[in-house]
Design a protein around this ligand. Sequence first.
Ligand SMILES: NC(=O)c1ccc[n+]([C@@H]2O[C@H](COP(=O)([O-])OP(=O)(O)OC[C@H]3O[C@@H](n4cnc5c(N)ncnc54)[C@H](O)[C@@H]3O)[C@@H](O)[C@H]2O)c1
Length: 331
Amino acid sequence: MASVGVLGAGTWGIALARMLSKTGHDVTVWSAIAEEIDSLSATGKHPKLPHMVLPAQMRYTKELKEVCTGKDIVLFAVPSVFVRSTARAAKAFIPQGQIVADVAKGIESDTFMTMTQILADELGPGVRLVALSGPTHAEEVAVDLATTIVAASPDLEAAEYVQNVFSNENMRVYTNEDMHGVEICGALKNVMALAAGISSGLGQGDNAKAAIITRGLSEMVRLGSAMGCSRETFFGLAGLGDLVVTCTSEHSRNNRCGQLIGQGLTAEQAVKEVGMVVEGLNALPAAVALSEKYGVEMPIVEYVDALVKGKIESRDAVRLIMNRKKKDETD
Ligand SMILES: NC(=O)c1ccc[n+]([C@@H]2O[C@H](COP(=O)([O-])OP(=O)(O)OC[C@H]3O[C@@H](n4cnc5c(N)ncnc54)[C@H](O)[C@@H]3O)[C@@H](O)[C@H]2O)c1
């Protein structure tokens, strides 16, 4: 059995912590928010996942030293915007050679770094990084519904270690050596989910949603290929799998946020209404910048960006995207 330190007590961190603890691993959860730790310790419940009961043996701490020291895996589960600051604060307690896994999905807007690149930048090149990503809603993992995920790392031994620790009767874990591709998928699919939500919010139907999933995947593959990622990754669980679940699920906050924007709310109002991190909006500036940097056409990303910035009205978005220059599907 492994000893795992989970950094972040949001819905995903706590759902994974519960799963690992239930399967016999020794789990400690840390949060930057002291009241969150007090509430979890006192109630054994998470307010955003009210049906989930946390195992009595799970431990909680406000100390980064305690969550990082002597662990087999240190798991970063804070939203993407807090990965750098959390890693910087935890660095003193994370030795070189430590297996560090990340579940946050995003690309830093000013550096275009993925989460594991930020972790390598902050923690040093000797930590053994693994990205865990796939079609995985916390709400379902929290009640033991069947789920698949990818443990991605060029360090196959580290990926296989994480695969073994996270595998159980409800969670099937695949490995993939294309860590960068898996992370690019995780960031971009959230932007496509915003688009799918906007489309629903505008009153469009399943035809439009299917188009966004399919053409969104084309955009992701084009950018990923230009960046040197493996095409296969984009058709796997972290790519197509996560894209489908995010664009169609009632649990997707990116989809929900998009719906509110489609109904006329500003991005800021929509995020406030959703009340949790909306990673698609955080990833949007980097997605736009990367499409420009690599000279890759990404019209869905472009129109979502224009809408979010208020450069176009939501009612004009469909007309603009439908009336683009005619082209071959396979171009
Ligand atoms: N929720 C899911 O189903 C799911 C699934 C897969 C991946 N993810 C990814 O996991 C990451 C976390 O998502 P989540 O759903 O748990 O988000 P969330 O909105 O539930 O997380 C909020 C948590 O972030 C932490 N936090 C807040 N301020 C902080 C600070 N200043 N420094 C450090 N930590 C701080 C706190 O623990 C807080 O509870 C995201 O990148 C998300 O894309 C989520």
